[in-house]
Design a protein around this ligand. Structure first.
Ligand code: FPP
Length: 244
């Protein structure tokens, strides 16, 4: 009997990043190209989010942070903002999808501006998924990196004022411990589709040593193959972390 040679897995040949950050950009342009309302682009983008999170999990990525709504996105028409919020709610109503996949869900950002219903659903999803350990999906909602650092500094300043902390005790670790992402490893790879090449206030502290991967593909068209390309590119980079 002829033995079948075992097909090599993609992950046999690459270094898989522990933490990937994704800027889900290009939904509006994707819809415009099809003469559709922008909100349908976001709906398609939400489907891509689920697909790519699962693809990441199957490749062994342990943390994936998706930029879903920035502190600046409130400037968009109300109709578009409402449609995005509704997509979050619909996703959270289908808790069984990440339960089934053993995926932990965490939200980062300022929740106070979100509806009570959404805040409640976010809390519930975080609670029920607390012990799921195949992968952690972090959704950045009403998130801004600069404001995240400000709120960390405010918390620390309060402690200094109350004499619970000395000024010399303020260091990188302490600032990190007061970020939304406390306990989550730094970002290794940031992926931004749609041809834009900027960070847009996303994980600015956490990406200090991240590698960047840019592609012209619009987020709704982003596939598992594109994720593999990004990881392959990452794998070939020589990360020196300031050393030689
Ligand atoms: C940026 O593209 C995208 C957003 C501001 C919203 C992203 C939100 C989603 C993909 C929905 C997420 C849903 C869940 C369940 C996590 P853009 O609108 O700025 O695109 P454009 O630059 O082409 O106009």
């Amino acid at each position: 009997m002829r033995l079948k040679r075992k097909k090599r897995d993609f992950t046999d040949n690459v270094l898989v990043p522990t933490h990937i950050g994704v800027i889900m950009d290009g939904n509006g342009r994707w819809a415009k190209k099809r003469l559709m309302p922008r909100k349908l682009g976001h709906k398609e983008g939400a489907k891509t989010f689920k697909k790519i999170a699962l693809a990441g999990k199957s490749m062994g990525v342990k943390y994936m942070t998706f930029y879903a709504f920035s502190t600046e996105n409130w400037k968009r028409p109300k109709d578009e903002v409402d449609a995005i919020m509704k997509l979050f709610e619909d996703y959270l109503d289908d808790v069984s999808s990440f339960e089934k996949e053993n995926i932990r869900l965490i939200f980062i950002g300022d929740r106070s501006a979100l509806s009570d219903v959404l805040q409640e659903k976010m809390k519930h999803a975080e609670e029920i998924s607390r012990d799921f350990d195949s992968m952690t999906v972090i959704l950045a909602v009403n998130y801004g990196g600069q404001s995240e650092i400000c709120q960390s500094v405010r918390k620390i300043a309060k402690k200094v004022k109350n004499k619970e902390l000395g000024i010399d005790e303020i260091n990188e670790e302490l600032i990190e411990d007061n970020l939304y992402t406390v306990g989550i490893p730094p970002v290794d790879l940031i992926i931004r589709p749609s041809g834009e090449m900027r960070l847009s206030n996303f994980l600015i502290w956490q990406s200090a040593y991240a590698e960047y991967y840019f592609t012209d593909i619009l987020w709704p068209d982003f596939t598992e193959k594109d994720l593999k390309n990004a990881i392959e590119t990452f794998s070939k980079r020589n990360r020196r972390f300031g050393g030689i």
